[in-house]
Design a protein around this ligand. Structure first.
Ligand SMILES: NC(=O)N[C@@H](CC(=O)O)C(=O)O
Ligand SMILES: [Zn+2]
Ligand SMILES: [Zn+2]
Length: 352
């Protein structure tokens, strides 16, 4: 990284290790936003129907590539959605063929399009054992779905009920604890061996749960796992900026059309792709950790996955950027994270 009097930030091209690119018109509307800032991204498989086979993932990859602007230099990394019947051979074949970069565990009904998720972790042990053998990472939406557990406790309880046992039973399995939101999760990851990492979103570094209720109910601050108390946000900021190689960038950008968000039962998900690097850079600057930004954004993720670091570099400059109230039009009109705010870093683009 080079920083000129902290007004210009140049880093290796970063990757987004957790994004929802959707399909159809929404894919066409959002793919370019992610490809503008990132060289690669882990594309989540929670489409309807979910992406469970090598053929479905290859076809989805083609649709993503077709949705990109002509000058994009972007590689989507595909994932398989694990169901109770997950086939170890299909996973291994997809990984060997370079189609699947990882497989995703959604506890059944935990989040958007998780109806086909896993009902009992034991059901996928054959798949997980195969993944451990071949070095294929498991990505986890880490929340219990038990309605008796308070929504703010679902991540911490998931560690105790599921994740700790999984890590004990399969000690060589690479596990990414996705979009962590609690001090308990950050502590668990730090206390674990090198096979356990985590992604952290911009929103969980920037808002706490008060933001969801500031002056009224704020559907655009609602995502899953839900934002927690302030002390959790502070713990996540310490983890992200600590320099630990276990934490890396994953936006969890999750677009939903405005009428699906602003509704009696609004969808979970925050669309943060358009200003993702600006968000993260602001956090690292506020924490006095701009010198650690490049590792979080561009090095820790590929090293964890065992993939090469990107060639090429990007630049951000210290400059005021006004975030629009909405982006796009018609059925793909979206409210971005930070809508109506002014950010202090500006993503310029690639440099030679
Ligand atoms: N994060 C969210 O709130 N929503 C995601 C699903 C997920 O990542 O859990 C989505 O697909 O909309
Ligand atoms: Zn999730
Ligand atoms: Zn997600």
């Amino acid at each position: 990284m080079t920083a000129t009097e902290n007004t210009r930030l140049e880093i290796r091209r970063p990757d987004d290790w957790h994004v929802h690119l959707r399909d159809g018109e929404m894919l066409a509307a959002v793919a370019g936003q992610t490809a503008r800032q990132f060289a690669r991204a882990i594309a989540m498989p929670n489409l309807s129907p979910p992406v469970t086979t090598v053929a479905a993932a290859a076809a989805y990859r083609d649709r993503i590539l077709a949705a990109l602007p002509g000058d994009a230099d972007f590689t989507p990394l595909m994932t398989s959605y694990l169901t109770d019947g997950a086939d170890p051979d299909e996973l291994a074949r997809g990984y060997a063929e370079g189609v699947f970069a990882a497989a995703k565990l959604y506890p059944a009904h935990a989040t958007t399009n998780a109806a086909h998720g896993v009902t009992d972790i034991r059901a996928i042990y054959p798949a997980l054992e195969a993944m451990q053998r071949i070095g294929m990472p498991l990505l986890v939406h880490g929340e219990v779905t038990d309605p008796d557990i308070d929504i703010f406790d679902r991540e911490a309880v998931f560690i105790d009920r599921t994740l700790a046992g999984l890590a004990r039973d399969l000690p060589e399995l690479k596990i990414v604890f996705e979009h962590i939101t609690t001090a308990e999760a950050a502590d668990f990851v730090l206390a674990s061996g090198p096979t356990i990492g985590a992604t952290i979103t911009p929103q969980h570094l920037i808002i706490n749960r008060n933001a969801i209720f500031a002056g009224g109910i704020r559907p655009h601050a609602y995502c899953l796992p839900i934002a927690k108390r302030e002390h959790h946000r502070l713990a996540l900021r310490r983890a992200a900026t600590s320099g630990s190689p276990k934490f890396f960038l994953g936006t969890d950008s999750a677009p939903h059309a405005i009428d699906r968000k602003e509704a009696a039962c609004g969808c979970a998900g925050i669309f943060n792709a358009p200003f993702a690097l600006e968000s993260y850079a602001t956090v690292f600057e506020e924490e006095g950790a701009l010198d650690r930004f490049e590792a979080f954004a561009s090095e820790n993720g590929p090293r964890f996955y065992g993939l090469p670091l990107n060639e090429g570099r990007v630049v951000l400059e210290k400059a005021a950027v006004a975030v629009p109230e909405t982006i796009g039009a018609g059925v793909t009109s979206l409210v971005p994270f930070h809508a109506g705010e002014t950010l202090s870093w500006h993503f310029i683009g690639r440099v030679e």
